[in-house]
Write a protein that binds this ligand. Structure first.
Ligand code: 4AD
Ligand code: MG
Length: 454
């Protein structure tokens, strides 16, 4: 069926875990290291399935014939037998009977050399960085985290909803929109302005009012001109939404969600986490365990401001009533006051999106942000305004026109329920889990202001 012969190939992970001594084996992969000497020559292959490489021992004839083609980065198909490995780090190795060079790689010009290259430099070769140890682990963890997120919701009966990417309204009202154009019709392709979605929340609310528990998981786009290590123009977001739920339900779900997907991902990728713990952030695993073992803190915005006012330090940005929380404040609260993740709740309505439910004080809204040490906000969520009259007042207050939101307000006319949800920034979660510092190193091909090079 396959001319490439994929039927017989097994992953290096399966090979290392399951092959029996003496059995014929076939592996494919890329050369990580190669060593040629008079007595023994071998190459180490990786294929992305594990942190480990497989050692392939060559005969003297193979070595002599192929030496020039087995440079670092070359793609090989190897057949041979699985034999005990005397000495060395590995128990077994492939004694090669056949070595096929599938794709050569000139070691003189291959951009990934043996010595470690800076993360900044690797961003300029984003097409090759997935072959490095750091990004092998990072992208395996990214994959596992996605899987754990779906598992978490599927096991709890949440329906995954595919909300549109081509949007015609501004869900967050923050105006950070990428516009979409095609052709030159003055009214645009859709007869109205179109954008890339900043969130799927408004659309998924209509599904929560039909399926009760739902979530989105997809790419979102923001034209914020924020050149920080935590902002990307294109990032992935998970947005659960629950009907018949209030802010306490939203917060309880968020905490259980963060803890469960963390446990699941740790269990799925133990070797990758050992790598991050050793090379990226010392003590990472202990830090994660401490977070799993303790309940998350919770504080109102008002009380959080009191902590800041009382703090014995010079703030760059003002604190107290009438101000808004800046990154320096969020980090202080998570790192010094609560020493771990903290839900901040009940923000002033003027600082938050129009759809958040107005509290009885008429000033604050039933919002929550989850703030973590080092990174700040990783989750933003709220209970939604389910009362038609109040929602219309909030929209007017935010200077929004009702017409485009007719269907959103309609949801408050027909079987409206108290409901709410949150958005988790997927890449920020990945930074938190792995100890990586820059969002550009948590997504395959980052887009940030001034940079979309691949
Ligand atoms: O707080 P945000 O803007 O909330 C929403 O979009 C709501 N619609 C969510 C909801 O209630 N359903 O964004 C949610 C999260 C943030 O907490 C942050 O982790 C992440 O998305 N995020 C970004 N991540 C990377 N780059 C950016 N530019 C981000 N903007 C937000
Ligand atoms: Mg937010």
């Amino acid at each position: 069926m396959s001319t490439a012969g994929t039927q017989r190939r097994i992953s290096i992970r399966t090979l290392l875990e399951q092959a029996t001594a003496g059995a014929p084996v076939e592996a494919t992969g890329w050369v990580k290291t190669a060593r040629f000497s008079k007595n023994v020559s071998f190459v180490h292959l990786f294929d992305g399935s594990t942190t480990k490489t497989v050692q392939v021992v060559l005969t003297a004839e193979q070595a002599a014939e192929l030496k020039d083609q087995l440079g670092i980065g070359a793609a090989l198909r190897v057949r041979g037998s699985w034999v005990a490995s005397p000495g060395g780090e590995q128990d077994h190795e492939i004694g090669a009977t056949e070595v096929i060079v599938v794709g050569t790689s000139d070691p003189a010009t291959y951009p990934l050399q043996k010595k470690r290259t800076s993360l900044e430099h690797l961003r300029t070769i984003a097409h090759l960085r997935p072959r490095t140890n750091t990004f092998q682990s990072l992208f395996r963890v990214r994959n596992a985290l996605s899987w754990q997120i779906h598992r978490f919701y599927q096991e709890r009966g949440f329906q995954w909803v595919h909300t549109p990417i081509l949007a015609t309204m501004d869900a967050e009202g923050a105006g950070e929109l990428f516009s979409v154009q095609a052709g030159d019709a003055p009214e645009g392709f859709f007869g109205k302005p179109a954008f890339l979605a900043v969130s799927g929340q408004l659309e998924v609310e209509s599904f929560a009012q039909a399926f009760t528990d739902v979530y989105t998981f997809g790419p979102t786009f923001r034209a914020e001109n924020s050149n920080t290590a935590r902002h990307a123009s294109e990032f992935w977001m998970i947005e659960p939404e629950m009907a018949f739920a209030d802010l306490n339900d939203v917060i309880a779900l968020a905490e259980e969600f963060i803890k469960e997907i963390t446990r699941g991902t740790l269990a799925q990728c133990p070797e990758d986490f050992a790598f991050f713990d050793k090379f990226i952030e010392k003590g990472l695993l202990d830090k994660i365990q401490a977070v799993l073992d303790a309940p998350f803190a919770r504080v109102t915005w008002h009380d959080a401001q009191e902590h800041l006012v009382r703090a014995d330090r010079q703030w760059e940005h003002p604190v107290g009533p009438g101000t808004s929380l800046q990154a320096e404040h969020e980090r202080y609260l998570a790192e010094e006051v609560f020493k771990g993740p903290v839900f901040i709740t009940d923000y002033p309505g003027d600082q938050k999106a129009f759809y958040m439910r107005l509290n009885d004080d008429g000033e604050t809204v039933a919002a929550t942000d989850l703030i973590v040490p080092r990174l700040g906000e990783i989750i933003g969520g709220s209970q939604r305004e389910e009362r038609l009259e109040v929602l219309l007042q909030r929209m007017a207050h935010h200077g929004m026109s009702e017409a485009p939101y007719w269907w959103y307000t309609d949801l408050r006319r027909f079987g409206s329920t108290p409901h709410g949800g949150f958005g988790l920034g997927f890449e920020r979660m990945l930074l938190w889990l792995t100890g990586m510092k820059n969002i550009r190193d948590a997504i395959p091909f980052p887009r940030t202001p001034g940079s979309a090079d691949f």
